[in-house]
Design a protein around this ligand. Structure first.
Ligand code: DQA
Length: 145
């Protein structure tokens, strides 16, 4: 089975997972999630390219890179940029690689300002509300595309 390259891009404050509001985001760190994704990816024939940045432009650059590197799909948890970034919306529209929006929490059950998702306007689909499992569910969906 040929390996499908899946970029997993994580936005601001997700480097603090495990310590950051664990009652909302859980106790697993981003490294824990990366390890889960690599293990599941092996079973699904997917190679995982895991990245995190607190800077919006890095996420834009990595979306472009995913296209240039021939990625099969991108999982994107843009953190708070989800709700603010027209640049990310445009970047997703600027590539043909399918992007799956991921959230640990369910933004629709939270503050009003989290109800709008610029990422979701261009994403293939969204998985939200299942903690770290949101990433695994999104990877399963990506592998099946
Ligand atoms: C989040 C939800 C966002 O609203 C928030 O700004 C985050 C994390 C999530 O994974 O639940 O930083 O993307």
């Amino acid at each position: 089975m040929a390996t499908k390259l899946v970029y997993v891009l994580n936005g601001p404050n997700l480097n603090r997972l495990g310590k950051r509001e664990p009652e909302i985001y859980g106790s697993q760190t981003l490294d824990d999630i990366a390890a889960m994704l690599v293990a599941r990816g092996q079973a699904l024939g997917c190679g995982i390219e895991m990245r995190q940045s607190n800077h919006e432009g890095h996420l834009v650059d990595w979306l472009h890179e995913a296209q240039d590197e021939g990625a099969h799909a991108v999982l994107l948890n843009a953190g708070a940029y989800t709700h603010t970034s027209v640049a990310l919306l445009d970047a997703i529209r600027a590539i043909t690689v399918p992007v799956i929006e991921v959230h640990l929490s369910n933004p629709h059950t939270r503050e009003d300002f989290r109800h709008r998702s610029w990422v979701g306007m261009a994403a293939k689909g969204t998985v939200a509300g299942f903690g770290a499992n949101s990433y695994l569910m999104a990877l399963e969906a990506a592998a099946g595309l």
